[in-house]
Design a protein around this ligand. Sequence first.
Ligand code: AKB
Length: 314
Amino acid sequence: MSQEIILITGSSGQLGTVLTKKLQKKYGVDNVIASDLRYDRDFNGQFEVLDVSNFEAIKAIVLKYKITQIYHLAAILSANGEKAPLNTWDINMKTFFNVLEVSRLYNIKKVFFPSSIAVFGNNVERLNTPQSSNLTPTTVYGISKAAGENWGNYYYEKYGLDVRSLRYPGVIGYQSLPGGGTTDYAVDIFHKAVNNQKFECFLNASTMLPMIYMDDAIRATLELMEAPKEKITVRTSYNIAGCSFNPKQLATAIKEIHPNFEITYKPDFRQDIANSWPMSIDDSDAKKDWDWQPKFDLKLMTDVMLRNLELKYN
Ligand code: AKB
């Protein structure tokens, strides 16, 4: 098997921080090129400052390192995206087009594109949302992800480029902070709890959303990317589920360990976004095609989050 050389865009983000370390472990530190808009002083390994919206810049890195796979994580998320819709569209689409084109032209073997539950809108079954639902997203981020899924499928059908994708639920991990999403509350709440602070939630108590613990999200990504090509029957993006809960259920799970924890609710514009998203996801295609199985439920995730953040802060 020839040596894989991996490029990760958006490597300093919530998922990128953790995925980069996993890929370094798998492929070797020198064979993983992390990249983001700003240099990360604390980073161990190969790092390039990269604005993916600049085609010549990404091309130069692909040629310099003889990249064979790209994980394209750079994107503006749902809540931040609504503050400047056209800019969000420009950035999310331009960066992905550059990744697709550089991959087509310079023989990249595999591309990973993160999609999201944000591709779904108000017209779907909100419980156990099926893989093949109609996509009418309510945010620019969601529109860009739905379009991205179709562009990935197009490059696969037209050029044979092996683009693979997952529709991530809200990702919850202790290693990094999310930036500008609608599911961010479910990470922030843990930081407040371990620091004995009150938490004001921007969603109401009963807003159930699909979430996934970081270890499950990373494992799903690697399992999808490693699956034999003939097993991949979904070339837009696979639904994956972790566990679904609402802020009240999460606060109750935290109170089991931190009985004095206090939560209040003050919904803002993100409530409307959350109301248009699924409450739970049907991931039976991922289970059938590449044996996907989540391991973390609400209780296990809460225990692990609190234990690790306590070590981090104290
Ligand atoms: C967001 O909230 O925007 C993201 C997502 C679900 O894609 N975490």
